[in-house]
Design a protein around this ligand. Structure first.
Ligand code: 5AD
Ligand code: SF4
Length: 465
């Protein structure tokens, strides 16, 4: 039996895959260790969406070279998107790497470890395949979970072909999990202590479209099958493609109190010319129309977005269109990425990466500075309001304070609860006292009796706002 340490890079889907891999290994009798020095098998789960991520992974792998060469029995493996895309080449290039396992095969890790023990292979490569499906080869819901937040993958892969994106290559086409199975997993995680569950899918609004299911229907099913008594207080979902966000989905978000009024709906650019070359399937006006629909159908909702700067051919004028979108859209938060050509993608094949890195960096900084101003204005407007916050625990930066999040995904910092009280996983009612562009600084809001309110008010009742 091995002592296994997992290192994860990348998105929430990768983090979830690491949890599932850990569970499969634990089920097979291996021991998971938090300290990599104790491990005799290290598995790096790596992302491939941008070149920068791959470089970090390579240097992380190289740090194990010495141990692989000097410690008898130490083994090193790679899983995830990077393994799927480049596993074969990496195995050939890195003599200290023992195996690479792709995004749709990692549930077979116990088998791979057995083969390592048999010494028959040293190197194993498994890529492609669809047999794992979105449940990653697991028939039933997961049993192990710690912490108040949990992720549930409801669909995997993506059928879009945005010209810059490697996801369809490394994660394959869309496969959705049956609603009943997804709801059962949410229920079992809630019963195991999860208070906030995030449904994951690369393009989650397309959930079930090939099978006659919908995300709105799934949210309603989960709401019915996972009653309040299980302890589930919040349900989220990411990531939304602007083209697939429907009025029906907005209606479900608006009408189910436990569904967070938050959408992560990446625009990627504010320029029609760039959006067309990105093959996003919408133009600026269509994006703004979706945004207006969400704001109307889900009052008070917050929208976060992703942007790529320095896409091939992006002129200063195109970039200013993006700046203008950020100035007018009122995003809760944005994530900005410098374009990174990914081998095998249409953009890398058809267009020269012609925006110099220094210019990409300038555009990145500029866009973030614009959002910082907008975020600060939004935050200041919330001063004096009361917010229902899911308490997560002590702030990693300041042990005297706690952090939590609003349904709109705003981070709140507040004084630690009185000693002896553990508010982790509780909804607390807080009053906003000051704000930066990303954080709201709060105090407990008091009800008439002077007690800090810890109850769960009816979110449809606006009197507490
Ligand atoms: N270069 C830069 N950013 C990218 N993203 C995806 N592919 C690339 C790429 N080749 C960004 C998109 C996506 C986020 C997860 O990563 O903005 O929404
Ligand atoms: Fe990539 Fe586009 Fe699919 Fe998102 S929608 S995963 S950006 S191809």
């Amino acid at each position: 039996m091995r002592k296994v340490h997992l290192i994860t890079f990348g998105c929430q889907m990768n983090k979830l895959d690491s949890e599932l891999a850990a569970e499969a290994l634990a089920d097979a009798g291996h021991i998971l260790v938090a300290d990599e020095a104790e491990a005799d098998l290290v598995i790096v789960n790596a992302c491939s969406v941008r070149e920068h991520a791959e470089r970090r992974v390579l240097s992380r792998l190289a740090r194990f070279r010495g141990r692989r060469e000097s410690e008898n029995g130490f083994r090193l493996g790679l899983m995830g998107c990077f393994a799927e895309r480049d596993g074969e080449a990496l195995l050939a290039a890195l003599p200290y790497l023992d195996f690479a396992v792709g995004t749709r095969q990692f549930f077979r890790l116990p088998e791979i470890v057995d083969r390592l023990e048999d010494g028959d292979c040293g190197l194993v490569l498994l890529s492609g395949g669809t047999e794992s499906g979105p449940g990653v080869g697991k028939a039933g819901p997961r049993r192990r979970h710690r912490g108040i937040q949990a992720f549930v993958s409801v669909m995997r892969g993506c059928d879009n072909r945005c010209s810059y994106c490697v996801v369809p290559d490394v994660r394959g086409g869309e496969i959705s999990r049956p609603p009943v199975e997804a709801a059962a997993e949410v229920r079992s995680l809630a019963l195991a202590g999860a208070r906030e569950i995030t449904l994951l899918g690369q393009n989650i609004d397309a959930y079930g479209r090939k099978d006659g299911w919908s995300l709105a229907g799934l949210l309603r099913l989960i709401d019915a099958e996972v009653p309040d008594e299980t302890g589930l207080v919040r349900l989220r979902f990411v990531t939304s493609h602007p083209r697939d966000v429907t009025r029906e989905l907005a209606g479900a978000v608006d009408s189910i109190p436990r569904v967070a009024r938050h959408f992560h709906m990446p625009a990627q650019s504010g320029s029609d010319r760039v959006l067309f070359r990105m093959r996003r399937g919408y133009d600026r006006a269509a994006y703004e129309e979706r945004l207006a629909m969400l704001r109307k159908e889900v009052p008070g909702s917050a929208v976060a977005s992703d942007f790529i700067v320095g896409f091939p051919g992006e002129t200063e004028r195109d970039f200013l269109d993006t700046v203008n979108l950020v100035e007018t859209a009122g995003f809760q938060n944005i994530y900005v990425f410098k374009y990174s050509p990914r081998p095998g993608t249409p953009a890398a094949r058809d267009f020269a990466d012609d925006v110099p890195d220094e210019e990409k960096r300038r555009r990145n900084r500029t866009l973030l500075a614009v959002q910082e101003r907008i975020g600060l204005e939004c935050g200041r407007r919330l001063i004096g309001t009361r917010q229902l916050v899911l308490a997560e625990g002590p702030s990693p930066r300041d042990p005297d304070r706690w952090i939590g999040r609003t349904g709109e995904n705003r981070v709140c910092v507040f004084p630690s609860p009185p000693s002896g009280e553990d508010w982790r996983g509780c909804l607390v009612l807080l009053k906003v006292e000051s704000a930066t562009h990303l954080t709201l600084f709060c105090r407990p809001a008091h009800d008439g009796s002077g007690e800090a309110a810890k109850a769960v008010p009816n979110e449809e009742d606006e009197s507490w706002l």
